[in-house]
Write a protein that binds this ligand. Structure first.
Ligand code: GSH
Length: 290
């Protein structure tokens, strides 16, 4: 069907053939499609995720906490293959009724605590360990404002721009224009903020940087949607400076590898159960039968 002659019907019905990447996992209903328990490892924190920008936020935070010496942040990271519908297993839906990665189960107390939504997970971990979230009122408000800015803005980047520029079955000029405009506006917001501040929320590295970097840092480094030239990302010099600064952090380099099933094989650590897994990749050990 051409995009020009589509007339919405009176009542929307589910067109299973609507096409586009991810069409096989999109449904207008929530809940589990099948029974499947989640695996549980030895550590207090159980993470169920995939190394998309939303997933990377949390693995970076956990690696940063461990680098600071918070041994209570040891975690098992289990892979959820969203392309195969694993987010619709009953166990996963129990941890996140919204069926999206990342989801965290904190088993350190008498009763497991579930946390879903990457921003909520970052805030939960920051408060639990007293790290990467300033305690002084105005610095804390600034950090949380940028954290929530990310939660509200990235859907325009991923679900809006990325979807219509890279994934939709046809290129719709109106949609691409609308979301390219918004994403460039967002990059300009960040560029101005980072012209005056070393990090997103001021002079300190915080969970706001961890939330924003995988999306907007990735965008200006050309990792998302093959859109760097289209969006002229080199123009955002302060975002570029910050993207490189964050990307050089050892914990960020480690966090990016966890639950990664795409890109260079040497950058993929499908599951993470121990710091040593970064030296001997889990999938290699599995392949060797160890
Ligand atoms: N606002 C959520 C978004 C999470 C999200 O969209 N996750 C995607 C991967 S990046 C997902 O699990 N998609 C699976 C699906 O939509 O079925 C968060 O920040 O945690």
């Amino acid at each position: 069907m051409s995009t020009d002659d589509y007339l919405p019907p009176k009542v929307w019905t589910w067109d299973k053939e609507s096409g586009g990447r991810f069409a096989n996992i999109n449904r207008p209903i929530s809940g589990a499609t099948h029974d499947k328990e989640l695996p549980v490892g030895a550590h207090p924190l159980q993470l169920y995720s995939l190394a998309t920008p939303n997933g990377v936020k949390v693995t970076v935070m956990l690696e940063e906490l461990l680098a600071l010496g918070h041994s209570g942040a040891e975690y098992d990271a289990w892979l959820i293959r969203i392309g195969d519908g694993e987010q619709f297993g009953s166990g996963f839906v129990g941890v996140n009724p919204n069926s999206k990665i990342p989801a965290l189960l904190d088993r350190s107390g008498p009763k497991p605590i579930r946390v879903f939504e990457s921003g909520a997970i970052l805030q939960y971990l920051a408060e639990k360990f007293g790290a990467f979230l300033p305690t002084e009122a105005s610095a804390r408000a600034e950090c949380l404002s940028w954290l929530f800015w990310q939660m509200g803005s990235a859907p325009y980047l991923g679900g809006g721009f990325g979807h219509f520029y890279a994934y939709a079955p046809s290129k719709i000029e109106y949609a691409i224009n609308r979301f390219a405009m918004e994403v460039k506006r967002q990059l300009d917001v960040l560029d101005k903020q980072l012209a005056a501040n070393e990090y997103i929320a001021g002079s300190e590295y915080t969970i706001a940087d961890m939330a924003i970097w995988p999306w907007y840092g990735g965008l200006v480094k050309g990792w998302l949607y093959e859109s760097a030239e289209f969006l002229s990302v080199q123009e955002y010099q302060h975002v570029q400076r910050w993207a490189n600064l964050i990307g050089e952090r050892p914990a960020v380099k480690r966090g990016r590898k966890v639950n990664r099933v795409f890109g260079e094989l040497s950058d993929q650590l499908h599951e993470r159960h121990d710091a040593a897994d970064f030296e001997t990749r889990t999938q290699d050990k599995l392949a060797a039968g160890k």
